[in-house]
Design a binder for this molecule. Sequence first.
Ligand code: ADE
Length: 252
Amino acid sequence: MRFDILTIFPLLLDSPLEEGIIRRAVAAGKINVNIHDIRDFALDKHTMTDDRPFGGGEGMVMKPEPIAGSLNFIEEKNPGGRVIFLTPQGKTYTQETAERLATHEHLILLCGRYEGVDERIRANYVDEEISIGDYVLTGGELAAMVLIDSVTRLLPGVLGCEDSAGNDTFSRGLLKNPQYTRPRDYEGYTVPEVLLSGDHAAIAEWRLVTSVRQTLEKRPELLARAVFNKEELQILKRNSLLEAVEKYGNIQ
Ligand code: ADE
């Protein structure tokens, strides 16, 4: 999968690509990330990428020519990429969006700065606008990295099976159950006995129950997407969770 990122702060994007799973995905050729400095496509001798807004007002607006120039450069070399503009005015990013984007071969991520980009770019060059949440960043660069990270881990062969994406929190509609590792006793705080029991059925039950309890407590609206099989429904019943889950979920 190919990502092209358009930014006026290319250095901001280097280090997230140089660690962990993403670095491995780059090294293995699963993803190819190309960072373009919009300033390289500025037409005037001062390499201006922004200017004052028509009609007055505060802040600066990113000029259309350097952005169009970088998009045309990418299109000439690698045509057909989907152009995504990272902006707080976009649709809110979710795991579902990540799954859909992971089916594309080429994404072009336009990072905005200042008060925004000239509307003619948004209207004529952008396929999709994405916000990573209802808060305002100083620019789209970190949002672009969130998108690359969340899409890359979904690509075949990127995650090892020990941390596969199959039972991700948001695919299942449940928050993950709590996790414990050694030592058994950490300064008097102990690990739940059941996890040490070797009783796989009891452990599976504990995992489901704690996962449902956490979801009810913190993100009950997620339960609308949760699906439970017969055995799981019995576990919920046994632990007096069925009624609470029914309130939010679509249990048949
Ligand atoms: N740029 C500034 N804030 C943003 C956000 N929340 N999501 C995406 N891009 C942004």
